[in-house]
Design a protein around this ligand. Structure first.
Ligand code: GLV
Ligand code: MN
Ligand code: MN
Length: 418
């Protein structure tokens, strides 16, 4: 690569101004953002992104899954497209960096390459995927684009069917049209995503850049224990069919089995709702949101079976009924070796200390890895905090990550032309 290309850097002032402007949309008192997928604030953030794309003279595009993109025609007419992106939605009361950093950096890379006027062997697209966080479904936009979403998958969404339909309608999207956003894999040169690490590995290693080797698979279930509503004052303890006891025993046994038999995995019970929910009624129903994550698909299957087994044991122990509803699953995804190489060389060219690491968090890159070479760049999260308003990444690390995204894009262009 020429010296001119090696020395290309992002415009850090513009990058910061854009990042800060975006953080104000849905910004919360404590410095975080509240932008659940397709909520008012998320739709406003998407309008902002559209305006930036148009003001930059890039081509704006939105597909039937609501994925928003800015396109730079930087390659020959029939060339494939290299996607750069992440997501603008957040978890409820989340942080400013998760997802937003990758989208703003992608836009910045397109602007820098547009300004230099260089041609590449591919076109570039900065993309904001719909509902990465799973307020509605999880990886909704990227799964649809990868051709992995069927309308059947949407019958029991994580956030409930009513919310999904209401949000789709608010965003002028139709459930039946979502799968039409599928892209032909031949039209894609690859996918690159910059993201905060959301863990402590980089900070502990005193490394500036993480090259992601693989992304953990994620599965989710709704687990329902069924008991019997009774008077809490007159029903003897031994005669109760108390759904809360099933939920409690299950919660503890999920933690125990994960730690003892699946040390490389994590599990989470993120919600337990009891019904009818009153001080003086024995709970007749406990509805649990269960999520499990594993680095490899065989292990993920074994973990799933073990968790269901534990649910059965808890139901038996307290003489309860049990219903288990499988919600969805995203397979573990290895990152492409050539893309990893491009990221590593790009970071070394910038004199940044890199390490390889796997991701326990889910990302749109795992959908894309199923159809094209995909890779991820991580930057350190202070204290490992994320999915919280306290989420923080030092600005210099954000700039480093965006420069690695730019240089890795140019390395991939170089790989492709040689
Ligand atoms: C997404 O951020 C997830 O890993 O839940
Ligand atoms: Mn994210
Ligand atoms: Mn997240």
């Amino acid at each position: 690569m020429s010296d001119q290309i090696n020395s290309l850097r992002i415009n850090s002032e513009r990058f910061k101004a854009n990042f800060d402007a975006l953080a104000r949309i849905g910004g919360t008192q404590d410095g975080g953002v509240h932008r659940p997928a397709l909520s008012e604030s998320h739709l406003k953030a998407r309008e902002w992104f559209k305006r930036q794309i148009e003001d930059a003279g890039l081509q704006f595009q939105v597909d039937t899954a609501g994925n928003h993109s800015g396109v730079l025609k930087s390659g020959p007419q029939n060339a494939p497209t290299l996607l750069l992106g992440s997501h603008l939605d957040s978890v409820p009361d989340g942080g400013r960096f998760d997802g937003a950093l990758g989208v703003v950096a992608a836009l910045e890379v397109l602007q820098v390459i547009q300004e230099t006027g260089i041609s590449l062997p591919f076109h570039l697209e900065a993309i904001d995927f719909t509902d990465e966080e799973g307020t509605l479904v999880g990886l909704l936009g990227s799964s649809a684009l990868a051709g992995k979403l069927s309308v059947l998958d949407l019958q029991e969404p994580r956030g409930g069917r009513d919310l999904l339909l209401k949000c789709l309608s608010k965003a002028n999207l139709s459930e039946n049209d979502l799968p039409d956003s599928r892209r032909d894999p031949r039209s894609l040169a690859g996918y690159l995503e910059l993201h905060i690490e959301q863990g402590m590995t980089l900070q502990k290693a005193e490394a500036e850049i993480g090259v992601v080797t693989s992304i953990a698979g994620i599965g989710s279930y709704r687990i329902i224990f069924l008991g019997r509503a009774d008077h809490a004052g007159t029903t003897p303890m031994e005669d109760r069919l108390d759904a809360a006891l099933g939920a409690g025993a299950f919660t503890i046994s999920v933690r125990d089995i994960t730690q003892s038999e699946f040390p490389q995995c994590v599990t989470n019970i993120g919600a337990i709702n009891l019904f009818p929910a009153a001080f003086n009624i024995v709970p007749s129903k406990a509805v649990i949101s269960l999520e499990y994550r594993a680095p490899e698909s065989g292990m993920m299957k074994r973990l799933e079976a073990a968790l269901l087994d534990r649910a059965n044991m808890a139901a038996k122990q307290f003489k309860l009924g049990l219903e288990t509803e499988f919600l969805n699953e995203h397979q573990p995804a290895p990152m492409d070796i050539r893309v990893r190489e491009a990221i590593t060389i790009a970071a070394q060219g910038l004199n940044l200390k890199t390490i390889n690491l796997s991701s326990g968090a889910g990302h749109d890159a795992q959908s894309l890895a199923e159809i094209c070479p995909a890779g991820m760049i991580f930057v350190p999260s202070v204290g490992g905090t994320s999915h919280s308003p306290q989420e923080y990444t030092k600005w210099q690390d954000c700039v480093n990550g965006a420069n690695v995204l730019l240089q890795a894009t140019l390395r991939l262009a170089d790989q492709k032309s040689s």
